[in-house]
Design a protein around this ligand. Structure first.
Ligand SMILES: Nc1ncnc2c1ncn2[C@@H]1O[C@H](COP(=O)(O)OP(=O)(O)OP(=O)(O)O)[C@@H](O)[C@H]1O
Length: 299
């Protein structure tokens, strides 16, 4: 398990990561979501040991990654912009990493290479952005890391390769108990694969939960009364948002629906229907609460 404990990081004097606690369990995929500039890439680089925290620590299986090169080499990192040596061929690149990687698995490399579309003779500078991501994944998976940190791994990939990449990650997690973190703006994709999710904003993780709990907890409810919503109803429940369409109100709650329902019944609603929220809706709802509501720019 990799644990970030109360991490702080400044760029010059600008605080960018402000007391983040995060843990990536073995055999689990953590989805990291947040608006542009929230600090996701910086956090990933701290977890990968590329940056050192100003305060706090990152440990892998109890060992501080700052203190051990060997433990850092168990962490795979797929960055959002890949800076492979441009004049190397794919084969030379692979040999380079093979030499550096203690647990290199050549058989795995050969099996995985069949899946991807580029030739080993191609120079890195002649690979497309998507091919470079594929190569990075191929090399990372062949290094048999305990942890894989992926920053926007599927951006620039076609839908088939994207599915293949996610399948490979899911297989690796289930067969080797790898800890994976995926940061992406593609929330619906994340919803399919992650079992834990963190929302990051302004250098902090403002909400993290198991996917199932999150989706169980946040509910959208359509409710209507004979006339307007009773004031006492509005006061009794913690309504995270209220929208109003004619007689029907659409409200968001973060308590268990059955409890809400048993208490709400006394207000004699004429309609009360529970709707599941997608992760994207929960995210937008949370970020709206943090001041990121979409502004109406109609003039
Ligand atoms: N090398 C750097 N030097 C100074 N400031 C930086 C540097 N890298 C990032 N920042 C700043 O740190 C903040 C967080 O950036 P970061 O790249 O971690 O965000 P992000 O959540 O990954 O964003 P995005 O979703 O747009 O990729 C931003 O305000 C950014 O301007």
């Amino acid at each position: 398990m990799i644990i970030g404990n109360n991490i702080y990081k400044r760029y010059y004097n600008d605080p960018v990561i402000k007391g983040v606690d995060i843990n990536l369990k073995a055999g689990s995929i953590y989805g990291l979501i947040g608006p542009n500039g929230a600090g996701k890439t910086t956090l990933i680089k701290l977890l990968a040991g590329i940056y050192m925290p100003d305060e706090g620590s990152v440990t892998l299986d109890g060992i501080d990654i700052a203190a051990s090169h060997e433990i850092r080499s168990c962490i795979g990192y797929i960055p959002d912009n890949l800076n492979f040596y441009p004049t190397f061929t794919v084969k030379e690149m692979k040999e380079f990493y093979k030499g550096m990687c203690k647990n290199w698995n050549e058989e795995r490399y050969q099996i995985l290479r069949e899946i991807f579309t580029f030739s080993e003779k191609k120079r890195i500078k002649h690979l497309s952005k998507g091919m470079k991501t594929q190569l990075s994944l191929l090399i990372n998976l062949s290094c048999m890391p305990k942890v894989i940190l992926m920053d926007e791994p599927t951006s620039g990939l076609d839908p088939f390769v994207r599915r293949e990449v996610l399948n490979l990650i899911v297989q690796d997690v289930s067969s080797r108990d790898t800890s994976v973190l995926i940061s992406t703006h593609n929330i619906s994709e994340l919803e399919q694969v992650s079992d834990r999710v963190g929302f990051m904003d302004k250098g902090k993780i403002i909400l993290q939960d198991d996917m199932e709990d999150l989706k169980y907890k946040y509910k959208k409810i359509q409710i209507a009364f004979e006339s307007a919503m009773p004031k006492a109803f509005e006061e009794e429940f913690k309504l995270l948002s209220i929208k109003h369409y004619g007689k029907v109100y659409e409200i968001v709650i973060d308590e268990h629906y059955e409890i809400f329902k048993s208490n709400a019944i006394k207000y004699n609603p004429i309609i009360m229907e529970k709707l599941d929220m997608t992760l994207e809706e929960i995210f937008i709802h949370r970020m709206g609460g943090e001041g990121y509501a979409v502004k109406n720019i109609a003039i």
